[in-house]
Design a protein. Sequence first.
Length: 159
Amino acid sequence: MLNRIFPQRLDNHFRGYRPAIWLLIPVVILKLGIGGNSMINTRHVATTADGIPLASFNAGGAREVISLFALLGLFQFLLGAQGALVLIRYRAMIPLMYFLLIVQQLGSRALNLAHPTASSAAAGAHFGSALTLAILAMTVAGFALSVIGKGYSTAPPTP
């Protein structure tokens, strides 16, 4: 199983089921969009999509939250860019990309539970949660499809 997630060769030969590729495309596009939007419209994203009540913070606290959201957006964008590179050039890494996306999403949820934020009950916050759950569902499905493909054999690969 580990050799499916961590391939010996980083080539463009994908061994999983093809729908895994098609599921990764919208996930990558969403990661790029979420990351780019978080870097550009940071205050708006923090207050609407994530429901952080910046108005209740003092000026310094609000600036720090905005700065952290912009950095988080950069990391989201870079993860999406890595996914695009995997789709275009290194398809053997698709299972690893899915694995990293799952770890990132579940890790984010775990850290949010460990360090809860003061978020409002804004409608946008619910939309943001629904969107991340949809991305997680697509990611888990794509991961499963990518590691159980017909292209995997029990015999070692020939050079």
